[in-house]
Design a protein around this ligand. Sequence first.
Ligand SMILES: Nc1ccn([C@@H]2O[C@H](COP(=O)(O)OP(=O)(O)OP(=O)(O)O)[C@@H](O)[C@H]2O)c(=O)n1
Ligand SMILES: C[C@](O)(CO)[C@H](O)COP(=O)(O)O
Length: 230
Amino acid sequence: MTPTPELSGAEVCVIIPAAGSGTRLGEPVPKAFVDVGGRTILERCVDNIPASLGATVVVVVPADLVERASALLTGVRVVAGGAHRSDSVRAGIAAAGHAGILLVHDAARPLTPARVFTDVVAAIRAGHQAVVPAVPVVDTLKQVEPGPAGLERVTRTVDREELRAVQTPQGFTRDALLRAHADDAGIATDDAGLVETCGIDVHLVPGDPLAMKITTPWDLRIVRDMVGGR
Ligand SMILES: Nc1ccn([C@@H]2O[C@H](COP(=O)(O)OP(=O)(O)OP(=O)(O)O)[C@@H](O)[C@H]2O)c(=O)n1
Ligand SMILES: C[C@](O)(CO)[C@H](O)COP(=O)(O)O
């Protein structure tokens, strides 16, 4: 892979979609604003972006929380998101200026190590258009169909050796991410999925267990235990 000269010094912008409601978490405030050990998930997420990237940061929050987020965070641009994750990412892209490398990083992954960010950016600078952190799948996976009396029926066991669980930050050249979102059919749960649909190759770097996403109350409990908070 030949490094792409125009990307070797390209500016990086990290877009943080944080406009979700956290339905599966079930807290009384939107997920990014939930407290973990005295600080919001969102503040922790922003603080984890390594300074060595020299990145600009765009945070996308629910429209009624733009002021609150702006007061909590310094040195970032805060904009209002939309109904779906991809709408919020598009609002972030619109506020990202002309950075040549765009990272999209869930606010819901507040413990992501710096190494994951730097590996993603290094792989983009090395010439890849789309780079995603991923971890092996450790469970045995079954494909199912609806069955009688509400019990699903297994149709087959999936070969987990061919599967990876993807995380964020997901990194893209500006052109790749813009193309993917211009064509968005609204079905992908991540940005790499939209990029794949455009026919652009997506490559993987090692993810990290600490880049786990807070989705359920159990995840929140784990993260609170890890930071020594309530
Ligand atoms: N309309 C939306 C929906 C999601 N997100 C963000 O996308 C990330 C990943 O989404 P997820 O963890 O699924 O968050 P929620 O959509 O809030 O969760 P749920 O599906 O349980 O409601 C989160 O940082 C979330 O804030 C967003 O910015 N705008
Ligand atoms: C972007 C993402 O976090 C990658 O794992 C994920 O796809 C978000 O959607 P989910 O439905 O909450 O998994």
